[in-house]
Design a protein around this ligand. Sequence first.
Ligand code: MIC
Ligand code: SF4
Length: 642
Amino acid sequence: MALTLAQKIIKNHLICGEMIPGKEIGLRIDQTLTQDATGTMAYLQFEAMGIERVKTELSVAYIDHNTLQNGFENADDHQFIQSVAQKRGIRFSRPGNGICHQVHLERFGVPGKTLLGSDSHTPTGGGIGMLAMGAGGLDVAVAMGGGTYYIPMPTIVNVELKGRLQSWVAAKDIILEVLRIMSVKGGVGKIIEYTGEGVKTLSVPERATITNMGAELGATTSIFPSDEITYNFLKAQGREEAYTELSADEGAVYDEHIVIDLDKLVPMAAMPHMPDNVKTVEEIGKITIDQVCIGSCTNSSLLDMMKVAAILKGKTVAPNVSLSIAPGSKQVLTMLAENGALADMIAAGARILESACGPCIGMGQSPNSKGISLRTFNRNFEGRSGTADAGVYLVSPEVAAASAINGYLTDPRTLGKMPEITMPEKFLINDNMVLLPDSVNEAADRIIKYGPNIKSVPTGKPLENDITAKVMLKVEDNITTDHIMPAGAKILPYRSNVPYLSKFCFGVCDTTFPERCLNEGGGFIIGGANYGQGSSREHAALVPLHLGIRAVITKSFARMHKANLINSGIIPLTFSCESDYDRISADDSLTLKNISTAVSSSDRAVLVNNSKNEEYELCLDLSERARQILLAGGMLNYTANN
Ligand code: MIC
Ligand code: SF4
């Protein structure tokens, strides 16, 4: 049977299950990556498993998120991760070396391999034909130990690209168009596979921008074929031996088909506060802006930076605008320094930041009150920038740079001729900021360094038969993990201290939530559709677990968050009849009747609303393995029992 590219890679890595959409499959993972904000927890869990050395082909630990060292906490986490990495056979990408996804694409990604990362933008690797997926830290820890990674077999969406982009229209505009068409929940349970003659017109960094931001569709991953453009990129990185040609079989059948005519696209922006709230720059008009931030794992490649430098050259940033630029990796930053483009950026008034996530995760550069910020990033969720009432617009580097000069949202097509930027034939290669692990002999003496802010991982308890508790919070559709467990400079340093972190849980929606949970001993959360979209952070499950949340009942879940809830021992349930959502109020007393029996063997459960004298039917969409994990009270208990 003719297979799509994603299906071929899945077939090559299938350990168990059948490739039937929706059914659970188990995959062998070749490579893993972690970043520091999720990594500390992932390595604590890895250590709890008692495995001496990682069993993957390659595992890399990156430090890129918590690089503001406003206190000892982040630096302690870096040392902890470094000591585990060196002892356990993991490469360690030191702070300053760059954003995990950018560096991994440049230096480590291999077409046709599977990559599991404790970060939702791991699909960036799909830009060179990897099957690259984001997951919670615990799933990545299991994969590092050689364990299988389980997902529901996705359906495959074909996005066929026709024609070629016009001047000043960018890869960012392609993914914004896909988001406009499919929405932030349109990709759940799906892999997006790009084909068509337009693919040949896109460089690897452009493809990676598209697969990166496929995370915002809720998709399992996105993937491009591996072709001569991939070969040239790998060769320029001195890694041509990693190349294999890969594409879908002739006659492969897709579950959905979307055609995008690249010739017809124009510069676009995602307006506050969702990545799918997309309009053309022309439609939005010349709004005055306060800030422009260029960088993040979506748009920080050398190609992007060179375009920005060319637009800024000889100009000055408008007086009303603060412009910050964070090149994605040490390779990018060094090349910009050597070819003079960095000097053009500095001369124009750009504030150069280190090669890290920075403002994208609220690590500094929060906008002014009610500020309008244009960002080349992938997420503009409410409050994520660190300023609750700021309005963040997601745009291409071209729109960002042009607007920084003019002081208002600018369609770059008004700038005249577009500068010609080509990919270099050779990138500057210097991996001196990636530490190799200890040899097995050296590792024996290496001591793992635990800072005082590193607290133990919370664990669940085996499931009882009836759970009676109150609704602690009722929220609407599209609640993100940034609502559940916000990040930013004030909170991120506590990612390895769940009790402290819990004070900020759901702070964007209701600041009284943590205290009420502690007073009541926890309870239930009621959510709308696509609950838990966004990041892979398992803290959005571990913290509610610490606060006593037993079950989350919604209209539907995002994939990674549902897996993280199960791993934490919190039951994810959905309404059989969506309108029952409206019948439940915050504070109602609910009972999940015979829930352990239901979890062990049924796809339905009964919810009694004691306050309203009503009963609702709920769905339990769980694999056999997920059922056992929930009965045991989470993955750590389950692994210990087995
Ligand atoms: C994000 O973009 O939200 C993050 C920070 O990279 C997260 C991971 C995290 O919360 O640490 C992600 O996307 O998974
Ligand atoms: Fe870092 Fe932002 Fe990319 Fe997340 S989305 S990995 S915070 S740059």
